[in-house]
Design a protein around this ligand. Structure first.
Ligand SMILES: Cc1cc2nc3c(=O)[nH]c(=O)nc-3n(C[C@H](O)[C@H](O)[C@H](O)COP(=O)(O)OP(=O)(O)OC[C@H]3O[C@@H](n4cnc5c(N)ncnc54)[C@H](O)[C@@H]3O)c2cc1C
Length: 440
């Protein structure tokens, strides 16, 4: 994003939890701020120092500690890159129950600390369910060992849940125990072009009804986002004929145990959709080869990069009712136009994409440059809009440094008060990732 810059002079790269503990203890005694850093792919500035805090980078803690192919339970160092864990699991016929566009750089510790959602939450649920245990270095240097591999453990407060999504403000995650899933034997995808956004939800219902247990992703891409992906060479564009008249697109993925069975279901779905009068879709492209499968995904996964190449992006990762996605995009566009900001020298595009199944819209305002005028037009406007729909100002990216001031739009005063009490209990000296999640 290139939006946040710190002034740290020191980055330490420990190899063990004991080394992390020694660093943190030293910092706590001297009131030195510490910023845990994973793959640095976060989109809200959480891993960037606010001032001159010391950075603890987890990249050297990158070993798999154990894997049990009967239970599917994986225990790994927090610095393992998500893609390496997927590669490790491949020959064992298992997959990490999490997938995102940044998988080549983000780390499992960073994923846990941001409670990352991603492309397959629809299928595997959230990390609050699949993470079984954590090893965490607390702000006073104590190592909290909760690296259990038990699926059932009702022995009082489930402390690990506090660190999932804490964005490094309560401690440094050094080890993760996670329940992985049996690898699907067959995955397929299909890109559908829709004439109108109002067809997205009826389509979602129909897709769920027909694909049921094999549905693993249902991703929405609006027309402007698709055009940016194509412009910046992400994936192979659909044919002109398939795109003509499309208002938006939906990428559907299936993951099952029999290719033949899944393909039959997809062909039938496509046939039924095309046969309807009026049809919910204009056209559909079914991947017929692994290369085409990857290429269709590349359009969706390449959107963040495409937006970054097009200009400076104001990113809003919000939860709103699924039927309001387009309304949010339209209202934001109209609002910016009313301020005279919708032109090439100010805001070039307002684009939207996201995880329909999870009610998560990525609203991206792509500008020529970051300016105070655009920012004040967008905030608190977008947050007020989200609050009006009783949504969340951060569906999956977290609060980081970017949204601390906006927390009250999604959390009431009592909740924030208790968050502060918890922070103070774990970190009375305020050394752990200061200025993130809660305002300084
Ligand atoms: C192309 C692209 C696509 C993306 N797609 C998605 C998506 O679909 N879904 C989604 O949820 N996010 C997505 N993201 C955002 C980002 O990848 C996730 O938030 C990811 O989980 C961050 O992991 P990381 O290792 O890079 O963490 P970092 O960016 O290094 O850190 C993120 C936060 O976690 C803290 N942290 C990191 N490691 C630790 C640790 N070991 N212990 C304690 N705190 C720690 C940091 O201090 C910081 O507050 C995307 C980003 C990009 C660039």
């Amino acid at each position: 994003m290139n939006k946040y810059h710190g002034r740290s002079t020191t980055v330490l790269r420990p190899r063990t939890a004991q080394e992390v503990s020694a660093i943190v203890r030293h910092c706590n005694e001297r009131r030195i701020g510490v910023v845990p850093q994973g793959g640095n792919t976060g989109l809200v500035g959480g891993s960037v120092p606010v001032k001159d805090e010391l950075v603890v980078s987890l990249g050297n803690m990158n070993s798999v500690r154990s894997f049990d192919d009967a239970s599917g339970i994986l225990v790994a160092d927090a610095g393992c890159i998500l893609q390496s864990l997927s590669d490790f699991l491949l020959p064992h016929d298992h997959v990490v129950p999490l997938d995102l566009g940044a998988k080549g750089s983000c780390q499992i510790g960073g994923n846990v600390s941001t409670n990352a959602g991603g492309l397959r939450l629809l299928r595997y649920g959230s990390l609050h369910g699949s993470v079984l245990g954590l090893e965490v270095v607390l702000p006073d240097g104590t190592i909290l060992d909760q690296l259990t591999t038990l699926r059932k453990d009702n022995t009082g407060y489930d402390l690990k849940q506090l660190f999932i999504g804490a964005e490094g403000t309560l401690g440094i995650v050094t080890g993760v125990s996670i329940l992985t899933a049996a690898a699907p034997q067959a995955s397929n995808n299909i890109m559908l072009a829709l004439p109108a956004f109002s067809n997205v939800l009826p389509l979602y219902k129909e897709v769920k009804r027909q694909l049921a247990e094999i549905l693993s992703a249902f991703e929405f891409i609006d027309r402007s986002a698709y055009d940016l992906a194509v412009k910046h060479g992400q994936g192979r564009a659909l044919d002109e004929a398939d795109v003509a008249g499309a208002d938006c697109f939906v990428l559907v993925e299936t993951s099952g145990s029999s290719r033949e069975h899944d393909e039959q279901k997809l062909y039938k779905l496509l046939e039924d959709l095309m046969g309807q009068e009026p049809s919910l879709i204009n056209s559909g492209v079914l991947a017929t080869s692994p290369a085409q499968f990857s290429s269709l995904w590349a359009i969706r996964e390449g959107l963040t990069e495409a937006v970054g190449k097009e200009g400076k992006a104001y990113k809003y990762d919000i939860s709103v009712p699924q039927d309001k996605f387009k309304e949010v995009l339209d209202i934001t566009r109209e609002h910016l136009a009313s301020k005279g900001l919708m032109h090439d020298q100010a805001v070039k595009h307002v684009v939207g994409y996201g995880h329909v199944g999870d009610g998560n819209l990525h609203l991206n305002v792509v500008a020529n440059a970051y300016t105070a005028e655009i920012e004040s037009a967008l905030e608190p406007f977008v947050y007020e809009l989200v609050a009006k729909y009783h949504g969340s100002i951060s569906a999956e990216h977290g609060i980081g440094v970017m949204k601390t001031h906006a927390l009250p739009y999604s959390k009431n005063a009592v909740s924030i008060e208790w968050m502060k009490k918890i922070k103070n209990l774990f970190d009375p000296n305020g050394i752990m990732n200061p200025g993130k999640v809660l305002e300084l």
